[in-house]
Design a protein around this ligand. Sequence first.
Ligand code: EPZ
Length: 432
Amino acid sequence: MTLIVPLSERSESSLDRYVINGRTPICGVIDIHGAKNAALPIVAACLLTDQAVLLRNIPPLSDIGVMQAILHSLGVNSEWQAGELRIHPNVVNSHVIPESLMQEMRSSVIIVGPLLARYGRVSASYPGGCAIGERPIDLHIKGLCALGAKVVDEGGGCLTFSASKLRGARVHLETPSVGATENIMMAACLAEGETLIENAAREPEVLDLQNFLNALGAKVSGAGQNTIHIAGVSALKGAEYTIISDRIVAGTYLLAALMTEGRITLTSVIAEDLRPLLSRMSDMGADIAVADNAVTLSMRGRPRAVEEVRTMPHPGFPTDLQAPMLAALCLAEGKSVLTETMFESRFKHVEELKRMGAQIAVEGRKAIISGIERFSGATVRATDLRAGAALTLAGLAASGTTVVEDVYHIDRGYVALDQSLTRLGGRVVRKR
Ligand code: EPZ
């Protein structure tokens, strides 16, 4: 098995930091890599078939390396080479998801649905909370139980799911959870009968999962809308599939150009998926042009403030761009309000931005931002991957030198962010 990111490399990089010299515009063209949040459920979904699968446009991200390691621990080998991941799910010889890997990546809970459908039994530990919030899995559990799974709390944070045969059901999600929608979709593919998921998540990555499942021979429809329909089948086949590009990475680069009076063109993007962000950046004064699979943004002068940005489930403003957008609003002329409705503690980057001169007051779920002319370089710490990206953007726009510590967080969702920004005119050096 050739690992996407060797485990040794992940531990070694834990001391790495970015040293950024700011005040150069971000200009140029960048091709946006595959989507982490599309790749993770799709790699997990390979457990639903015993035939070989070839996935293209798979980015070498540490989170996908963790998902690959989980499959390997279940007996499923895979090889990653130059963006292609070949998976051999012919043998699954364990139902126990290693606790260390569950803890390393909370979203590995999306392995439970496909493994339960394939193997009939799964032991997994509660993924637990993380830097952005509690991350409960009650909707995952309720959805799988609706399909006939039995769940036993073994104590010590370990749950065992079992199901001799899953049966289709009508499932209503109180919250349009992305992970719960994906888990139920995957389990329902091999259930007996029809499943309806109501109030389903509408994220583009859920639609990408539907398209992949149907490439395997599943019968899924409605993804991207409120209700998803799955007609269970007895078995699935192999497939070759190319995943979509990463809209959050795309938005991060657009905001980098907006914050540095730059001009950037992104290729291999789905502009429709970026609309919630593009409209707000136009409000902030950016000139934006959209072609088939490319978006160009240019920015002159300081951004304008916006009255309020609220993070919402898609097609609302994505919570994963909240931190980078907050960094941009720190430079806007005037006062802006940013409300984080999705996660209860996703403002850990605020204190770090304030060390760079930002004027932000947090009141519960709201951040009230009074714009400043420019950031001042400082030493700051990444607390999660999106906060790390936001601090890197702030460093690009800051006078003097900024050091971002714990950049291993950023490796979870951005391929070589430092090198890409340097190619685009930034001065970002990764140091151990
Ligand atoms: C996915 O996480 C993404 N991760 C997250 O991206 C993203 O922030 C999130 O969706 C929201 O868009 C992946 O796709 C791998 P949710 P997920 O279940 O599925 C509550 C990043 O930076 N909830 O849609 O875990 C939950 O507490 C990451 O790339 C329950 O109450 O998110 C939250 O408030 C961070 N019970 C809300 O739903 C549950 O059983 C949305 O969470 C599940 C979720």
